[in-house]
Design a protein around this ligand. Structure first.
Ligand code: 5GP
Ligand code: MG
Length: 178
């Protein structure tokens, strides 16, 4: 089996590129159908989603725009927990359907916060499109409409996702070998 070492951990291929792209294709077709005539704005969440967002967006066959945001985390008070600030959103999203493009939904907390934040800017609707979902770890109520692949509860890298900054350039998705 093809394995790779990143920093101190060994990773093995778990989802080959062809499989990923087949699922990206499926999502792009579905989204193109669902948003026909609706002029959606895709919103990629950096850094992890850049590769997925590029592959997805080039397969979208309806008029649409894409932009990217970054989420900065900082510790809030005990009551607010970790606060995620949305950086880089210059578009006016009022009245538009927004499709958030995320690399992975784990507990769902990040997505929850982002949806709350975007919700204050009066979009027409907010939809979530994620490359990966770990259903076992989801701990907040979240409607993830578009999921390329569901995966078990293991740490993965590749296809944009990193381990301490490295591994994003791997074409396949790799799972850590315990
Ligand atoms: P959540 O708020 O849903 O728990 O966390 C989502 C974020 O955690 C993702 O955007 C990603 O940055 C990170 N994350 C969660 N699981 C993994 C994983 O298996 N591999 C990598 N590289 N990042 C992960
Ligand atoms: Mg992410």
């Amino acid at each position: 089996m093809s394995t790779v070492k990143i920093i101190d951990k060994e990773f093995a291929i778990s989802i080959p590129e062809e499989r990923i792209l087949a699922e990206v294709d499926r999502l792009a077709k579905q989204i193109s159908q669902d948003f026909e005539g609706k002029n959606p704005l895709f919103l990629g969440v950096l850094n992890g989603s850049f590769m997925f967002a590029a592959d997805l967006f080039r397969r979208i066959t309806i008029p649409a725009e894409i932009s990217f945001v970054k989420l900065a985390s900082y510790e809030g008070t005990a009551s607010t927990g970790v606060i995620k600030e949305v950086i880089g959103l210059s578009e006016n999203i009022t009245g538009r359907p927004i499709i958030i493009v995320e690399d992975i939904v784990d507990t769902g907390c990040t997505m929850r916060k982002l949806i709350e934040n975007l919700g204050t800017r009066s979009p027409e609707s907010i939809h979530v499109c994620t490359l990966l979902l770990k259903p076992e770890k989801l701990k907040v109520a979240l409607d993830v409409e578009y999921v390329a692949l569901e995966i078990p509860n293991d740490f993965i890298v590749g296809y944009g996702l990193d381990y301490d900054g490295y591994g994003r350039n791997l074409r396949d998705i790799y799972t850590v070998v315990e």
